[in-house]
Design a protein around this ligand. Structure first.
Ligand SMILES: Cc1cc2nc3c(=O)[nH]c(=O)nc-3n(C[C@H](O)[C@H](O)[C@H](O)COP(=O)(O)OP(=O)(O)OC[C@H]3O[C@@H](n4cnc5c(N)ncnc54)[C@H](O)[C@@H]3O)c2cc1C
Length: 501
């Protein structure tokens, strides 16, 4: 099986990020193929939950309802396992909570979506080599029927922390090495009723223990002293020995259905693009999974990259659009790596850290501090530094505005479901309609940006808002802006983000 660019984009890795990216590319009419080495989806879940920014984004694709169906949500999160909860209900978001969606379920729903919109997913197909030339990319793949080669215009490595694509592209992955070793097992416990709950810091490290269902618990030890040989497997004996060492008792852990280990190594690709090869998700950044942020971070990479890569494939991307992916997404990952390192420092069993924890716990009782942490963990403070006329909303995530249009009541997320941009005209200023019309006449497919005239009581001072497909504000102007300011600002923003051809 070999072909010459049957696909526009090859996505290596069918984890949550690769699956969402494939769906994003498909709704932008790009021919995308996902290659996943596992023959079947993994039944084991690393991640447990989705945070506010992910939920807001899923809502903007019409997917939130299916994610919420039958799933529990909760208002609390933790920071470094400290005794005061981080309260997500204080967030300035329509979704100030965390949704309990185990990774296996999240992946199933994302795969369902990718397939619905026409993405092709090949399971049991392992990519063994990747290269690029001036015209495209090429992959060596080993599938159930043997090896074959594939070509496409672009390649995205969503192939996790050990990314083959990242290495093949020659992208460096600098960061801090692992000093803490986490040993994890989904196990049955001898006395589940009396098992410790949550996180317990001891003189030797940390114990993590939560029920998964009526039968199984997830237990983990965070060992600050004893590492593991890279590449070695974790056995149940080793986990129980670590439980005894760190907790003083192995909780009668038995019948492990999943064992895994990882470290607090925190690394980030020094660039997310090399020519026709891009990286997203864990392939671009890895860190200790404390605070439940990695998957959420990766989903935002996919949402930022999908429409930009589609515009590039279709040939209408303005110069620099694809490079803005790296520019915008490096910073949020840097911040997540930093806060996970800070949490690890606070978890250290060293007695000197105890007082730092007490001080930090006290600080967390202050609303402002607690809210700061909630915003940080849930990703809602991500704001891009975008060019254009200054405005308080520029680069921020567009809120769930309630709108009245000629067709009745609606909300802003409704208009982003198809993955296009949105020009919200809130003062019926003729300049906006005219600029949009002129722009749409000049481009091959004016449907890239929907023009909607509406009234909005929540933003009485706003004249217009241009929202990118990923939900971020590309341009905004107030009612007191002159006709010229409106025209020039909007023209420039449409050209920058949605092209001129
Ligand atoms: C214990 C634990 C708990 C976590 N909890 C949370 C949490 O609560 N919240 C959160 O947001 N994050 C959490 N994370 C992090 C989260 O699991 C990852 O960030 C997330 O899985 C990254 O998704 P991804 O799609 O980028 O990569 P992955 O999930 O690693 O998927 C990569 C895929 O690529 C495939 N692949 C790799 N190489 C090849 C190849 N050569 N050819 C073909 N296919 C290939 C793999 O089989 C895999 O399916 C946790 C992580 C751990 C370890």
């Amino acid at each position: 099986m070999s072909s010459d660019q049957d696909y526009d984009v090859l996505v290596v890795g069918g984890g949550p990020v690769g699956l969402l990216l494939a769906a994003e590319l498909r709704i932008a009419r790009v021919r995308a193929l996902v290659l996943e080495r596992l023959p079947e989806p993994s039944p084991h879940s690393k991640a447990f939950g989705l945070h506010a920014r992910s939920l807001e984004s899923l809502d903007r694709r019409g997917l939130l309802k299916r994610f919420k169906e039958g799933a529990r949500s909760w208002n609390n999160g933790h920071f470094a396992g400290l005794d005061v909860w981080v309260d997500f209900s204080t967030l300035d978001s329509a979704h100030g909570y965390a949704l309990l969606s185990e990774q296996a379920r999240t992946e199933r729903l994302l795969e369902e979506r990718a397939v619905e919109v026409g993405a092709e997913i090949r399971r049991g197909h392992e990519v063994t080599a990747a290269r690029q030339d001036a015209d495209g990319v090429e992959l060596d793949v080993t599938g159930p029927d043997g090896p074959y080669t594939l070509r496409a215009k672009y390649l995205v490595g969503c192939d996790g922390g050990r990314s083959l694509v990242r290495k093949a592209a020659g992208i460096a992955f600098p960061g801090t090495g692992g000093r803490v070793t986490a040993r994890l097992g989904d196990v049955k416990l001898a006395d589940p009723e009396n098992a410790p709950m949550g996180m317990e810091r001891t003189a030797r490290g940390l114990l993590f223990c939560v029920p998964l269902d009526d039968t199984y618990h997830r237990v983990a030890t965070f060992d600050f002293e004893q590492g593991k040989e890279p590449g070695s497997e974790l056995a149940l004996d080793e986990l129980t020995a670590s439980l005894r060492e760190i907790w003083g008792d192995d909780l009668g852990a038995r019948d492990a259905r999943w064992l895994s280990w990882f470290t607090d190594s925190a690394c980030q690709a020094d660039r997310y693009r090399e020519g026709r090869i891009l990286l997203a998700g864990d392939a671009a950044h890895t860190h200790f999974p404390v605070g439940g942020q990695g998957l959420n971070l990766g989903l935002q990479d996919a949402l930022n990259l999908g429409w930009k890569l589609a515009a590039t494939v279709h040939g209408w991307a303005a110069e620099g659009l694809l490079d803005s992916y790296d520019r915008e997404r490096q910073e949020p990952a840097r911040r997540v790596l930093a806060n996970t390192r800070a949490q690890i420092a606070l978890m250290n069993p060293d007695p000197y850290v105890t007082e730092l924890r007490e001080l930090f716990t006290d600080l967390m009782r202050k609303d402002q501090v607690n809210r700061h942490l909630a915003e940080m963990l849930s990703g809602v403070t991500v704001r891009y530094r975008l060019p254009g006329p200054e405005h308080r909303l520029l680069g921020d995530f567009a809120r769930d505005l309630e709108l009245r249009t000629a067709d009745g009541k609606s909300t802003l997320p409704e208009y982003l479901k198809r993955g296009t941009g949105l020009l919200l005209d809130l003062a019926a200023r003729p300049e906006l309609a005219r600029v949009h019309e002129e722009w749409a006449e000049g481009v091959s497919w004016g449907g890239r940006v929907r023009h909607v005239v509406a009234e909005c009581d929540q933003e009485p001072g706003l004249a217009g808002l241009l929202v990118r497909p990923d939900g971020y504000v590309a341009w905004a102007a107030d009612r007191d802006a002159s006709a010229e300011e409106l025209r020039d600002g909007l023209r420039e923003a449409l050209a920058r983000w949605f092209g001129t051809v």
